[in-house]
Write a protein that binds this ligand. Structure first.
Ligand code: PGA
Length: 250
């Protein structure tokens, strides 16, 4: 069985005053032993968080495909690694909304991050229009295949994040999630030769996480808003752990 993984995505939230919150999350993660926990923070916090709380996997939220160069404002996978980061989110829809952020470029980033030794969370997900047209499965799988071109080995996690669910307070039904995630599981085998853990992301919170974990055919969550408050993220960790325990009993 794939070990469950819960990842927080702080997006552009958090400064030095948020370090105690990371400490509280690290403490809770250390006693939530049946799931892995990670937190992807703004680049400015990676080194401080990784140094102060070495037991928690700290990650970045994007990287450049190159190792170094004249790319003002960018950060490379090796820089994230050097700062103590262990993972990186790539292909998030908030990044894919930039015209240059094609799946080919995401794949180049995935290759760079893999080479740098980072675990990679590759995000895919359909828009409202694609879902309405009955193309959710096709779009998500096409995006994943194109985002993994040339990727060999590495530690790849897939996050299914329907664009219309992110930050909206609405989630697909567990069946709708399971339909896409089961197809993504097969697609990851097709692309890289092994089944990646599949996370769900999009308005996950302490109210819906247990149900989604039980019925969504997933191995964990990528959580935005509910991860920015330590208390609510820790609650999700505890509920996810309970869901894992219940699944083992059933
Ligand atoms: P949300 O964000 O949980 O706030 O919907 C999820 C994400 O963007 O990864």
């Amino acid at each position: 069985m794939i070990r469950p993984l819960v990842v927080g995505n702080w997006k552009m939230h958090g400064d030095g005053t948020w370090l105690p919150a990371i400490g509280a999350i690290a403490e809770a993660a250390a006693v939530t032993s049946s799931i892995d926990t990670a937190l992807c923070v703004p680049a400015t916090l990676i080194e401080r968080a990784a140094t102060r709380y070495p037991s928690l996997s700290i990650g970045g939220q994007d990287c450049h495909p190159d190792n170094s160069g004249s790319f003002t404002g960018d950060i490379s996978a090796s820089m994230i690694r050097e700062a103590g980061g262990k993972l990186v989110i790539l292909g998030h829809s908030e990044c894919r909304s930039a015209p240059l952020e094609t799946s080919a470029r995401v794949a180049a980033k995935v290759r760079a991050a893999t080479t740098a030794g980072l675990r990679v969370i590759v995000c895919v997900g359909e828009t409202t229009a694609a879902r309405a047209a009955g193309e959710a499965v096709g779009k998500a799988c096409d995006q994943l295949l194109a985002s993994l071109v040339g990727v060999v080995g590495g530690n790849i996690v897939v996050a299914y994040e329907p664009v219309w669910a992110i930050g909206q307070g609405i989630t697909p039904t567990a069946n709708e999630i399971a339909e896409v995630t089961s197809a993504l599981r097969l697609t990851s085998v097709q692309a890289i030769g092994s089944a990646s853990p599949i996370l769900y992301g999009g308005s996950v919170n302490s109210e819906n996480c247990e149900h989604l974990f039980h019925s969504g055919g997933i191995d964990g969550f990528l959580i935005g808003k509910a991860s920015t408050e330590a208390k609510s993220f820790i609650r999700v960790l505890k509920l996810a752990e309970r869901a894992v325990g219940n699944a083992a009993l059933s």
